[in-house]
Design a protein around this ligand. Structure first.
Ligand code: SF4
Length: 88
């Protein structure tokens, strides 16, 4: 059965739960650091308007302006397995 526009709207309203800025430690990356959102596996940039999101984190600011590629959090990863900024 074909989906309706109403079903599409419902899907768009059902946003998955994500962590907030304080939980992940979202902050400006130090100058020159390779660990930044722009190089993270969890960073996604929408082609049509360049709006950027993160798989695991969002807040009101990033909902409005997108994830800053020059920021980062403790869960930065390039492969989904190694997390060099996580304190053990
Ligand atoms: S560094 Fe953190 S906030 Fe940035 S894209 Fe990766 S997981 Fe998301």
């Amino acid at each position: 059965m074909k989906a309706t526009l109403q079903q599409v709207d419902e899907v768009m309203r059902e946003r998955p739960r994500k962590l907030d800025a304080e939980q992940v430690g979202y902050e400006a990356a130090p100058e020159g650091s390779e660990f930044r959102c722009a190089s993270c596996l969890r960073y996604y940039r929408r082609a049509v308007d360049n709006f950027a999101t993160c798989e695991i984190f969002r807040d009101e600011e990033t909902d409005e302006n997108g994830v800053n590629p020059a920021y980062r959090c403790r869960f930065w990863t390039s492969d989904g397995d190694q997390h060099p900024l996580v304190e053990n």
